[in-house]
Design a protein around this ligand. Structure first.
Ligand code: DQA
Length: 143
């Protein structure tokens, strides 16, 4: 199984950015964690990060026909981007949404997700582990 893991804006700043919310580990540590989780589940995975909405839309479109599952943390675009949600619906690749923090316990503008209705599952508030759970859900249907 081929997975595409997409991380949205500012996630490249992990470790520097609000460590009390997102943790002290940096983006390289997250990527290593994701690679290990995919290998452990028996899947291959490509990890992509962008701070640009259109670039994320392009990446989702390019995934059509070449990936079996998408794990996405759209970051701030979760709450604003119809374009990313439309791209995910358009390619119809099984998708799981992940957030490091528990967005439902934060500011009200973070409570709405445009991606949630098209995602098979959303994991939030579990830090890096949310990515592992998303991978295992897609590969093994494990909750
Ligand atoms: C986030 C939550 C979003 O509200 C925020 O804009 C992010 C990260 C998370 O992983 O907790 O950038 O998606």
């Amino acid at each position: 199984m081929k997975l595409l893991v997409i991380n949205g804006p500012n996630l490249n700043m992990l470790g520097i950015r609000e460590p009390e919310i997102y943790g002290a580990q940096n983006y390289a540590a997250l990527c290593a964690y994701i690679k290990d989780a995919a290998a452990e589940a028996g899947a291959s995975c490509e990890i992509y990060q962008s701070n640009h909405e259109g670039a994320i839309v392009d990446k989702i479109q390019e995934a059509y026909g070449s990936f079996d599952g998408i794990v996405i943390n759209p970051a701030a675009y979760t709450h604003t981007s119809v374009a990313i949600a439309d791209a995910l619906s358009g390619v119809a690749i099984p998708t799981v949404e992940v957030h490091l923090s528990d967005v439902m316990q934060r500011e009200s503008f973070r409570h709405h997700s445009f991606v949630a209705p098209i995602a098979k599952k959303t994991y939030m508030g579990l830090g890096f582990e949310g990515y592992k759970k998303a991978i295992r859900y897609l590969v093994k249907n494990e909750e």
